[in-house]
Design a protein around this ligand. Sequence first.
Ligand code: CP3
Length: 342
Amino acid sequence: MIKNDLYLKALRGETVERPPVWMMRQAGRFLPEFRAMRDEYDFFTRCSTPELASEITMMPIRRFPLDAAILFSDILVVPQAMGMDFEMRDGIGPWLEKPIRTLEDVQNIEVPDVDETLGYVFDAIEMTLHKLDNDIPLIGFAGSPWTILCYCVEGKGSKAWDVAKSFCFRNPEAAHILLQKITDTTIAYLKRKVEKGVSAVQVFDSWGGCLSPEDYQIFSYQYINQIVEALSPLTHVVVFGKGCWFALEEMTMSKVSALGVDWTITPESARKLTNHTMTLQGNFDPNRLNSSPETITKMVTEMINRFGKDRYIANLGHGILPNIPLENAEAFIRAVVDWKPN
Ligand code: CP3
């Protein structure tokens, strides 16, 4: 049904002539047409207007020979639906005026009806699928409960997430209630995305790597695994844990179809930790797209040769940076599309 199903073949572990390719944050600020739209509509207006969200989703697809589209949205639409009024502030990024800091704050949060609060996302999926015309699969996504908690408690971005972590260690009861509410909302949200027709869902655990391996189990992985258990009977689930190489072995025993890896692990180690059986996605350092197109081509070819063409989805190890020249992004994608076995 989907004309180019390389991405789905890789998720199913089937043999392919070359690996599929897409880039995290491909619908984003490195595209001039995205920046132009940015001057006209603020960030969450673009997320909550299906016409705009579906148009932005298509921007990289119209430009490059990508093997999957990812719906333009944000992980923070989930806490917004739960009543937290996130804004996107210039020069700051995500911003929550009244962060969650107490058990009482947590008790006041509700698990919303996703159709009432996030209907615009489901409408955007419908419009995007129409525009894609079954050419390539559409990926739906959500943040991991831990990564969402980080923003809810900290109220803005952070490097070490000290406020979020101290909240968890001082008030584990409140933290677990919040994590469970986020998990329940996320499961309902992703299930509805699947009903609307996305071909796979990816869970972004962008800040899981800030936790120790033990705390990762307690505050992140057990909630991610609830999502995996709930969604894997319905669709492919991909989990990307930034800096979470220490959890790859355990994640391999779950029902995920693929695991995302960043550039701090070698392809060989990632293969070893995942028993040589798992489909892996990654792991080009996004900053390496600042190298020349020739260097990028060489490095990408080597990356594929090291991961192997099967059970592999070529991608970056995190989102593409805003300053990347179009021809460099194109060199990355072309190197995968033109890859040949030696
Ligand atoms: O991959 C895609 O192209 C799909 C769209 C997408 C966006 N955000 C669009 C976006 C996806 C998958 C996300 C996920 C997301 N959002 C994550 C997880 C992935 C990751 O990168 O770790 C996180 C942590 C967020 C929260 C968030 N949203 C941050 C930290 C920022 C950057 C703030 C800044 O200005 O530095 C955003 C904004 C955002 N989300 C932009 C885009 C294209 C940039 C918005 C703009 O400047 O107009």
